[in-house]
Ligand binder design. Structure first.
Ligand code: NAD
Length: 502
């Protein structure tokens, strides 16, 4: 790979590294486990972002007319290369994001699922046909690519989130400009370079690094047809309103606050294990992390004790050393999360396990926090209302199942949720009544498999199409209906009335 692990990571346009002569701005990319600046990343100006859009716009007409057979063959090559070299990508993720290596491999595996889905594009893009809709008239519905697709992704899944979108966009015949997070940008270049190696033509997948300036350029440029955004809710709202006001198709995935409801008949050891995995995996930096455990009062003491015991045993440190939990993304973010621990204590929550301090298995001054567990959290506290995006788990106690459902439904977010119970009737009611897009039953992180679609409700998604699966293909294509008659030739004569079928 020529573009990765260089001193200053450059953009990737037309299947080659692109250095913008006039741009002077760069961002720092840390190794969060040591706290050191590992490299810098170029930050694109408007003109540089426009160069990437121009490359995609130029590549689009030929790519959309490339046969399904050829497009799919390239996707299969990409899938094969990615499966063979997933270890390299996982190492890049761990080095820049900090999540432990096993977790990084899991991220790549979930991204790979979407590439495998995209290998089915010919099947998924098939249209519909009605013969003789009217006498001698046939009607077909066909899906066509939208054009240039912009993808703007967050730091927490530097490979998986881009992979939720670009394989589907490209398999559908679009050309892409990907703007990954500037905090861990290398995975995007690595993926684009691998796709080029798999045979993807120039300009079909471009990577531009940057911040608000390049996002705003993508949102305003009339050559961009669709925008897929993933990030925090305020920016998702901004992207959705700006992009749609400019006539673009937009899906903007926002933040989350995911609840796990534990009923008295649940296996409490299983529930405690799952609360740990889903609360502290990736140091809580997952949009599907569980951040609130909702416990029925009569089992809360026992459940809290089990979660606390497990939390204290977690090994925190450098993700390459077989630890359970790695660092947070930056020192600034670590301090913000620690500030929430102060706020929780000040607001009167009971801190059962305090994650500030403790030993870590790492060299240097990494951005670490240990797991924190709060009990007796109430819904007016900032540790409950805000998305913390760190290893802080809150327990809210409720008196009844109904109170638990009402609590979850009152949340402004609706990304993921889970119920732990052995009562099928209770689980069924939960599935039916809960106002959340992705629901787990005894499954704490219900991220759908590649052939279903991913998406939350309420402030967790702006736009109506979810990611990947059937909805992903819908998002990246437009329906066109062709009504046609081949002359018999029998001529019906002039009739100015609205066409009716007979
Ligand atoms: P973020 O909102 O800070 O950044 C996301 C993207 O927006 C990045 O590419 C960034 O460069 C860009 N950006 C940042 N500030 C901007 C601005 N002012 N104007 C325009 N663009 C801007 O998010 P993050 O911190 O990278 O990621 C964490 C967030 O992402 C969390 O809120 C998490 O819940 C959310 N997330 C949601 C999902 C989901 O599926 N709903 C998945 C992953 C992450």
């Amino acid at each position: 790979m020529t573009t990765t692990m260089t001193e200053t990571l450059q953009h990737w346009i037309n299947n080659a590294p692109f250095t913008a002569e006039g741009d002077t701005r760069t961002g720092k990319v840390y190794n969060p486990a040591t706290g050191e600046v590992a490299r810098h990343v170029a930050l694109a100006s408007k003109a540089t972002t426009e160069a990437a859009i121009a490359a995609a716009a130029a590549a689009f007409p030929k790519w959309r007319d490339t046969s399904l057979t050829r497009r799919t063959a390239i996707m299969f090559n990409f899938r094969q290369l990615l499966a063979e070299r997933k270890g390299e990508l996982a190492a890049i993720i761990t080095a820049e994001h900090g999540k432990v290596l096993d977790d990084a491999l899991g991220e790549v595996a979930r991204g790979l699922e979407v590439v495998e889905l995209a290998c089915n594009a010919p099947y998924l893009l098939k249209g519909e046909y009605s013969e003789n809709a009217s006498t001698g008239v046939d009607v077909q519905s066909q899906r066509q690519p939208v054009g240039v697709s912009a993808i703007i992704s967050p730091f927490n899944f530097p490979a998986m989130v881009p992979l939720w979108f670009f394989p589907v966009a490209i398999a559908s015949g679009n050309a892409v400009v990907l703007k990954p997070s500037e905090k861990d940008p290398t995975a995007a270049n690595w993926l684009a370079e691998l796709f080029a190696e798999a045979g993807l033509p120039e300009g079909v997948l471009n990577v531009v690094h940057g911040d608000k300036e390049s996002v705003d350029t993508l949102l305003n440029d009339e050559r961009v047809s669709s925008v897929s955004f993933v990030g925090s809710t305020p920016i998702a709202q901004y992207v959705y309103s700006t992009g749609t006001a400019n006539g673009k198709r937009v899906q903007a995935f926002g933040g989350a606050k995911n609840h796990m409801l534990v009923l008295p008949d649940a296996d409490l050891d299983l529930a405690a294990d799952m609360a740990i995995n889903a609360g502290f995996g990736a140091a809580g930096e997952r949009c599907m992390a569980i951040s609130v455990v909702v416990a029925l009062e009569n089992i809360a003491d026992e459940l809290v004790a089990k979660i606390a015991e497990r939390s204290r045993k977690l090994r925190v440190g450098d993700g390459t050393r077989g630890c359970d939990m790695g660092p947070l993304i930056t020192g600034e973010h670590r301090d913000k999360v620690a500030g929430y621990i102060d706020a929780g204590i000040a607001a009167g929550a009971e801190v059962v396990v305090d994650g500030r301090g403790g030993s870590v298995d790492a060299d240097g001054e990494g951005f670490f926090l240990h797991p924190t567990l709060f009990d007796k959290v109430t819904t007016d506290m900032s540790i409950y209302t805000d998305e913390i995006f760190g290893p802080v788990l809150s327990v809210v106690r409720v008196e009844s199942f109904n109170e638990g459902i009402d609590l979850i439904n009152a949340s402004k977010y609706g990304n993921g949720t889970a119920i732990f119970t052995n009562d099928g009737g209770a689980a069924r009611r939960f599935e039916n009544e809960i106002q959340v897009g992705m629901v787990g039953v005894n499954v704490p992180i219900p991220v759908p498999v590649g052939y279903h679609s991913f998406g939350g409700w309420k402030a967790s998604l702006f736009g109506d199409q979810h990611a990947y699966g059937p909805e992903g293909f819908k998002f990246f294509t437009r329906n066109k209906v062709v009504t046609k008659r081949w002359l018999d030739p029998s001529h019906g004569g002039i009739n100015l009335g609205f066409p009716q079928n007979d």
